[in-house]
Design a protein around this ligand. Structure first.
Ligand code: 1HN
Length: 344
């Protein structure tokens, strides 16, 4: 055995290890994510969700969710290194009981209407395409007074909070929290490019609006598609705002909605923030490239897919489509490490 190997062996019991053996993988020349691209076709996922509806109640499950696990991160409840995503089902008459946690959550409504989520005493009715926020450490419960299944995408910063070992959680005192404010109050206060004269930030670093209705987002995108230049990479893309800061609606997650016009053939891009997509309407194709590998995803309504960090992606759409997406971009930006490249 040479002196190097002898050194490694003798110091290992002392919990010492040589940097020079791992230096290159610690500081790669560019991001080297273990995540892989993945597509979940709604046609394939939906039957499993409905079977989950027969297998367990929302109340017993607490949250009846099928986790979208990155195929390269099985067992970690993660769709990227920092983000969690899942599809949640609530059936008529069910309640998902009140609790709170330091993890922030977003909901993007996929299918069905009439379910509600209650945040801090205010209920919001869910409609397809609505983007709803549960701020960190606010009590939240879900219920459903309608007559058909409701499914939504949950996006949470679970892996990030786990990484920081900063998670706390507790159950609410009652199953459903008491309603203390009329539905629509927070949207009226903060969602019209106005704010209370003596306002505070009721949810700290998180947006005071917790429901961003689809009809408004869609109208903006449609108008811009008609009246403004279409971006060669993104089509027509807008980011959701915290109106009190101009920044992302949550400290850990940014959300976006974009419309690709009919006949769109997008140019390729890559960014450090891995992103999760929910197809709202229409069809298209995502082409994702990394090294020598190429993934081609033909997507349609309610499909979900993930574009990992620093993978090159481009979109095409023959008949047009609307995409919702979220990523951990605000954290990259806060740390000054966000990078984005628009390729030709
Ligand atoms: C949670 O509270 C919800 O409130 C959904 O709907 C998914 C995943 C892990 C931990 C908490 C919800 C969750 C979650």
């Amino acid at each position: 055995m040479n002196i190097r190997e002898q050194l490694y062996r003798d110091m290992a019991p002392h919990h010492l290890t040589p940097l020079w053996e791992v230096l290159h993988s610690l500081v790669p020349q560019q991001p080297a994510t273990p995540c892989v691209p993945a597509l979940w076709k709604y046609d394939e996922v939906r039957p499993f969700l409905m079977r989950a509806g027969e297998a367990i109640t929302a109340e017993e499950a607490v949250r009846r969710v099928l986790i979208l696990e990155n195929p390269a991160l099985r067992g970690q409840s993660a769709i990227t290194q920092s983000l969690y995503a899942g599809l949640q089902l609530i059936l008529p008459g069910e309640v998902a009981p009140s609790h709170r946690h330091t993890q922030s959550a977003l909901r993007f409504i996929v299918e069905g209407s009439g379910a509600y989520t209650a945040v801090d005493g205010e209920r919001t009715t869910m409609r397809p395409g609505d983007f709803i926020i549960t701020p960190s450490w606010t009590f939240h419960d879900h219920g459903h007074d309608g007559d058909a299944p409701v499914v939504w995408l949950d996006g949470l910063d679970i892996p990030m909070i786990r990484f920081f070992d900063a998670g706390f959680a507790e159950n609410g005192a009652s199953k459903s929290q008491a309603v203390s404010r009329a539905e629509g109050t927070s949207l009226a206060r903060y969602g019209h490019n106005m704010a209370p004269v003596r306002h505070d930030a009721p949810f700290g670093k998180t947006s005071p609006i917790f429901s961003y209705p689809y009809e408004r987002s869609r109208e903006a995108l449609e108008r811009l598609e008609r009246d403004a230049p279409v971006d060669a990479w993104d089509g027509v893309k807008l980011r959701y705002l915290n109106p009190l800061t101009g920044g992302a609606p949550m400290p850990t997650m940014a959300t976006f909605m974009q419309k690709l016009p009919a006949g769109f053939v997008g140019k390729p891009w890559r960014q450090t923030d891995g992103a999760v997509y929910s197809v709202v309407e229409g069809e298209g194709e995502a082409v994702i490239e990394h090294g020598a590998q190429t993934w081609r995803y033909a997507f349609g309504p309610h499909d979900h897919f993930v574009v990992p960090s620093w993978h090159t992606a481009r979109f095409t759409s023959e008949r047009g489509c609307v995409l919702f997406s979220f990523s951990d971009r605000p954290v990259h930006q806060a740390l000054g490490i966000h990078q984005e490249e628009r390729l030709s």
